[in-house]
Design a protein around this ligand. Structure first.
Ligand code: GTQ
Ligand code: FE2
Length: 353
């Protein structure tokens, strides 16, 4: 197969163009849209309704066994601007995962990193390299790159949660590896608290002196509990007396982002107030944990309620307006852009974002 063939009026140039094509070469002067004044973003603003995600996830739970397709019953959010790619924005996978009562999604590991954020329910626990992490509403659970993970639902009720993965970034770097986990049954005599939390989740500013070696590229804490997050949001609103609080989930020892490719944040917007509008390079996916209101993303305005997932593409201004107090969790690929010196932000109105 030869590369694109360009044409020219000038017969000699036209010959050159044919030779270039045969030689797998392209003339830059004929190429459009490479060096754009601002990012040419293919993803578009989008909202997936939480109600619909729940209904369709439940239907998949009735119809599809869990061992089909990567051993996970997952519905991927496919941004309508991305030509059918199963990505919420060009750099992030977002999905809902549905696990029926008594089901197990077996162990595997992959180089793309994942996180889970729970909107409602509880009961499932995820084993991350053998460490059991309970999942309940408002919790953030990490499954970093190349850690074995499996999901167990010992309860009778199904459970649903949101997954976010850096898969598009890892795929773009041609660095995807995957392998199945050990097939022997995991130890499911589950401790009340994960080892990661016992060592690193003791409390603000308290780190073990002789703890297990810190993992090189990610937080040693794998579960961020809603009770702690809620307390931090509440305290920040008291501290500022304002109507908008924002928290970043961090490595409790070294202070950086929880994983090298994904930044996790949560914000609370008081009933009746509105955030400023700003934008940043890199994609973001957000989900509503509590509350109702409206989100503006680019030129779109979406009414939002719990469970909704929103795609906020790179360099797209966005803001939140709360009717009832909103708690909004979001993940962005900001750490990647920062590491590469490509992170930019700009306020569109209001300093508050
Ligand atoms: O739970 O292990 O949404 O491997 C996509 C790929 C979830 C998982 C996803 C996965 C998982
Ligand atoms: Fe996985």
């Amino acid at each position: 197969m030869t590369t694109t063939l360009f044409h020219a009026e000038d017969p000699e140039l036209d010959v050159l163009y044919r030779q270039l094509s045969a030689g797998d070469l392209q003339p830059l002067w004929e190429l459009k849209g490479l060096l754009t004044p601002e990012p040419a973003v293919r993803g578009v603003p989008h909202r997936w309704s939480g109600k619909e995600l729940r209904e369709l996830g439940t239907r998949a739970g009735d119809l599809v066994p869990v061992d089909r397709g990567g051993d996970r019953r997952v519905l991927a959010c496919a941004n309508p601007g991305l030509g059918g790619a199963p990505y919420a924005v060009s750099t992030l996978w977002a999905a809902i995962q549905f696990l029926n009562g008594r089901e197990v999604a077996p162990a595997h590991r992959h180089t793309p990193a994942a996180l889970r954020f729970v909107i409602e329910g509880s009961g499932v626990f995820t084993l991350v390299d053998g460490d059991p992490l309970h999942m309940a509403a408002g919790d953030l659970i990490l499954t970093p790159s190349w850690t074995f993970h499996e999901h167990h639902n010992p309860a009778d009720e199904p459970m649903i949660w949101m997954d976010v993965l850096d898969l598009p970034v890892v795929a773009a770097l041609d660095a995807v590896f995957f392998e199945e986990g050990p097939s022997e049954a995991a130890d499911t005599s589950v401790a009340a608290r994960s080892a990661s939390e016992r060592w690193y989740g003791a409390g603000p500013g308290l780190a073990p002196v002789d703890g297990p070696a810190l993992p090189a590229h990610r937080s040693p804490l794998l579960a961020y509990r809603w009770a702690d997050t809620d307390r931090a949001l509440t305290a920040q609103l008291v501290a500022t007396g304002g109507a908008h609080a924002r928290i970043r989930y961090t490595d409790p020892v070294r202070g950086g982002d929880v994983m090298p490719t994904m930044r996790c944040e949560i914000e609370r917007v008081r009933a009746g107030s509105r955030t400023g509008t700003a934008r940043q390079t890199g994609g973001r996916v957000a989900t509503v944990l509590h509350g109702t209101g409206r989100m503006r993303v680019g030129g779109e305005t979406y009414p939002v309620e719990p469970g909704d997932i929103l795609a906020i593409p790179s360099w797209t201004p966005w803001s939140v307006e709360a009717e009832q107090e909103v708690d909004l969790f979001s993940t962005s690929d900001a750490p990647v852009l920062e590491a590469l010196g490509l992170f930019r932000t700009s306020e569109v109105d209001g300093a508050d974002r």
